[in-house]
Write a new protein. Structure first.
Length: 304
């Protein structure tokens, strides 16, 4: 019988944190899982000692033939997965003990939801575990779940990717949701854009799903300019899908304004001022965030 959940862990030189990451999978209160651990730097042998430690048939180990990048590695994991649901877990993060149970419960309760995401917290100390605390939080927080509308994606990436799970069927035809290998940082943001354009509901749960180590945050800080560039590109696509009447320049100006005001030019300001009072004001889909857009524009109007 196939497992219900496929946990996919791509890693690259993650020897220091990979063990704790996989230990968090073995502690799950839900048993029907497989964990695909994919080494994107096999020549370095960073994970050999970890493989010897986890002698559990539910772990499946794979080596890429070369360093293919995280997006391609995630796509490989999706193709190899057997579960109904795919759970994203980065090698420098840990899953809370009830994460898989809550994931399956939400998907089965809400069959129209294609993706769910939980909350993230800083990683626990080495001498702590989350079993008691997470169970107590679950009893109080689990009922809270809300839909994330497509228009909210214009404001930014709404989820921590290592807290995300989605239905494996969405990676197959006719949807064929895939990670874009050309995106170095915002590959997760683009996944949410694809799901929204496929009219798949996304939901945010208040439950704690992952504990994060500092390694990922440091990488993001070093790649901030690339992240802004990719976020603007994705927001342009979201804006054009939501408001087909917008021109390329209008989508670009709006996307820069909603991403990072430091890169906004006077031309961007003039374009935003024009469309905020006309196209955006009249578009029904934009109304849930219209006041936020106006507020950000006012903040941006300070002299350059």
């Amino acid at each position: 019988m196939n497992p219900k959940v496929s946990v996919i862990v791509p890693h690259y030189r993650a020897g220091d944190t990979l063990g704790r990451c996989l230990e968090s999978v073995t502690r799950q209160s839900f048993d029907s899982w497989e964990c695909l651990v994919i080494d994107d730097n096999p020549a370095a042998d960073y994970s050999d000692h970890v493989r010897r430690k986890f002698n559990d048939a539910r772990f499946r180990w794979y080596d890429n033939p070369a360093n293919l990048g995280v997006s391609t590695t995630r796509n490989i994991g999706n193709r190899l997965a057997c579960g109904d649901y795919i759970v994203v877990l980065d090698a420098d993060d840990e899953s809370s003990v009830n994460r898989l149970h809550e994931t399956v419960t939400i998907f089965e309760k809400y069959p129209n939801v294609g993706l769910i995401a939980g909350a993230a917290q800083p990683a626990l100390a080495k001498d702590q575990d989350d079993r008691g605390a997470t169970t107590a939080q679950t009893e109080q927080q689990f009922p809270y779940i809300r839909e994330v509308k497509q228009v909210e994606l214009l404001l930014g990436c709404p989820f921590v990717h290592s807290c995300v799970a989605y239905r494996r069927s969405l990676t197959l035809t006719p949807f064929y949701i895939t990670y874009n290998p050309s995106l170095l940082v915002a590959h997760d943001y683009d996944i949410y854009r694809q799901l929204a354009e496929a009219n798949q509901l996304m939901a945010l749960s208040s439950s704690v799903y992952s504990y994060r180590h500092e390694t990922g945050f440091g990488l993001m800080n070093r790649l901030i300019n690339r992240m802004i560039e990719e976020s603007v590109m994705i927001k342009c696509q979201i804006a054009k899908h939501l408001i087909p009447d917008l021109t390329y320049n209008q989508c670009t100006a709006l996307s820069y304004m909603l991403t990072y005001s430091r890169f906004v030019t006077q031309s961007h300001r003039d374009i935003c001022e024009q469309i905020i009072g006309t196209v955006l004001h009249e578009n029904e889909l934009v109304q849930p965030i219209y006041q936020i857009i106006k507020s950000r524009f006012e903040e941006m109007k300070a002299p350059l």
